[in-house]
Design a protein. Structure first.
Ligand code: SF4
Length: 100
């Protein structure tokens, strides 16, 4: 059986080009993931309302006042806060992290 040996110079050039493109791809992926993570967290370290699709109205019978993460305000109708989500939270609000 005849063995085919690639030209060493062209093989090195192809290898370098491949490694360069792989490095660039890795850099793009790492940067994108870091940005997405930063956008999901508000300044207080909690999840941003946008990242959990928070809304000020109930969803399919679920609402913040019935959620395990809700911290009520002074009265049942006052706004409160949330152990997971940043900002003012309405008792009638809802987000995708709802937990009964
Ligand atoms: S996790 Fe979502 S549904 Fe539950 S209290 Fe927080 S904002 Fe409301």
């Amino acid at each position: 059986m005849k063995r085919v040996t690639p030209h060493p110079a062209s093989n090195n050039t192809q290898r370098r080009a491949f490694l360069r493109s792989g490095g660039l791809l890795l850099t793009v992926l790492t940067t994108g993931t870091a940005l997405a993570s930063r956008q999901a967290r508000a300044n207080d370290g909690l999840l941003s309302q946008a990242s959990v699709h928070y809304q000020k109205m109930p969803h399919d019978g679920q609402q913040c006042s019935n959620c395990a993460y809700f911290i009520p305000g002074k009265t049942a109708t006052d706004t409160g806060s949330c152990r997971l989500v940043s900002g003012t939270i309405y008792p009638d609000g809802w987000c995708v992290r709802f937990s009964s």
